[in-house]
Design a protein around this ligand. Structure first.
Ligand code: ARG
Length: 459
């Protein structure tokens, strides 16, 4: 490949550690796209004669067709996708192929290819996250009035609605999508033409190649262009945060589907059985979504560590950006798809949710609020009275609503029978009409707002 300076080929083990073709062959479409833009520009700038440009273009398209048809042979001796494409091009079009690499280096080439791949993948993740939001918002609308316990410290706190709980994830995914788009906007500058590190003496038109490849502009500093991978790091951090959101929801599905909770039922399509225990319905998909967040986070830390000590400009270390980035973003894509499927099949069990919402003195705050609103107690005093009433109910083994009025009056003589109105979970949730609160009317309005946004082009 670089025969001029070398008398012998690489050691077997050198080839093995050096080659990236095993994983960067995935960049073939991006590599060919970049080469087509580059060679067209070389032609228009008068750097290459038209007949060479035409031959190279036709040859690149043949290579592309071979790769798509699966007839292309990827050979480890050729090290990476860039050398593999060029070498096959030479077989097809002859010596003209050697002119394609004018005013270019693999350093700007690979930086361009990776940006194109990450950009396409971010667009795909954005669309998939929108699809999951849609599934969640539709279920939220249908379940806007379904009460369930809301937790803090995984202890029953206050009743909420199932729809409200799902909309919390719609908000998280909305921010995840914002991060995907921010990352996309910042990565959308074209490194092609930075060459090895210093730019080139050929009269290239970097604005033309940038435009041809859908970038907003060329990158402004040739060293930076080939030396940074922050675009991948940014995509990975956005992915890691999204994966953590999915993992938390997955954990809730695991807990909710347990016999002890029984809050929701997962469809057969998203559960597995046990080879020994016939009664089991395991939420494997949710468990795997929870687990796979580890790989995404790992890829982010891995690449941060690869990059942290590298002097400018390119170092071969940067070839290690690929496997982690490919794997992490595709893993997230799989998790988003699995989650959307689970959400669409998820069946809440209203009677179980309702019973759980009423247990654990979940309406104690409503009682305290009533004492403040109706009797004019200071909140701290109301908190104290309510605490004693909860203690009393617990000692009798009943809920607050089953505590007789005279027992309540023994603690606070001004309490009237009207108090029982706020001790019901439905009353509790419907009263929470503050902006962003769990009242069914709010949840319905928020779910509708999301569904409208998601239906529009600017989802
Ligand atoms: N396969 C290499 C990578 O992924 C391409 C760039 C090689 N550049 C070089 N100067 N050896 O980073």
């Amino acid at each position: 490949m670089w025969g001029g300076r070398f008398a012998s080929g690489p050691a077997e083990i050198m080839e093995e550690i050096n080659a990236s073709i095993g994983f960067d062959k995935r960049l073939a479409p991006q590599d060919i796209r970049g080469s087509l833009a580059h060679v067209a520009m070389l032609g228009s700038a008068g750097i290459l004669p038209a007949e060479d440009v035409a031959a190279i273009e036709a040859g690149l398209k043949t290579v592309q067709a071979e790769i798509e048809a699966g007839t292309f042979t990827f050979a480890r001796e050729l090290e990476d996708i860039h050398m593999s494409v060029e070498s096959r091009l030479r077989e097809i079009v002859g010596p003209a192929a050697g002119r394609l690499h004018t005013a270019r280096s693999r350093n700007d080439q690979v930086a361009t290819d990776m940006r194109l791949w990450v950009r396409d993948t971010l667009d795909q993740l954005d669309a998939q996250a929108a699809e999951l939001q849609r599934a969640l918002a539709e279920t939220a609308l249908a379940q806007a009035g379904t009460v369930m316990p809301g937790f803090t410290h995984l202890q029953s706190a206050q009743p909420v609605t199932f729809g409200h709980h799902l909309l919390a994830y719609v908000e998280m995914l909305g921010r995840d999508r914002g991060r995907f788009r921010d990352a996309r906007a910042r990565l959308n500058e074209c490194p092609l033409g930075a060459a090895a590190l210093a730019g080139t003496s050929f009269p290239i038109d970097r604005h033309a190649t940038a435009t041809a490849l859908g970038f907003d502009r060329p990158t402004a500093n040739s060293l930076d262009s080939v030396a940074d991978r922050d675009f991948a790091l940014e995509a990975l951090s956005a992915a890691a945060i999204a994966a953590v959101h999915l993992s938390r929801f997955a954990e809730e599905i695991v807990v909710w589907t347990s016999a002890q909770f029984g809050f929701v039922k997962l469809s057969d399509r998203f559960t597995t059985g046990s080879s020994i225990m016939p009664q089991k319905r395991n939420p494997d998909a949710a468990e795997l979504v929870r687990a796979k967040s580890g790989r995404v986070i790992g890829a982010l830390s891995g690449l941060l560590i690869v990059m942290k000590g590298l002097p400018l400009a390119y170092s071969k270390d940067m070839q290690e950006d690929k496997e982690g980035t490919f794997d992490a973003l595709q893993t997230l894509s799989l998790c988003l798809a699995a989650m959307a499927g689970m959400v669409r099949d998820l069946q809440p069990v209203p009677e179980v949710l309702r019973a759980a919402a009423g247990s654990g003195y979940a309406t104690a705050t409503d009682l305290a609020d009533w004492l403040v609103r109706e009797l004019g107690l200071a909140f701290r005093d109301a908190h104290h009275v309510t605490g004693r009433l909860v203690g009393l109910a617990a000692a009798r083994g009943v809920g607050l609503e089953a505590l007789p009025l005279d027992a309540m009056r023994a603690e606070e003589p001004r309490i009237t029978a009207a108090v029982y109105d706020v001790l019901g979970v439905e009353n509790s949730v419907s009263s929470r009409t503050s902006y962003g609160g769990t009242a069914p009317a709010n949840v319905r309005a928020q779910a509708e707002r999301w569904l409208q946004r998601l239906a529009g082009t600017a989802a």
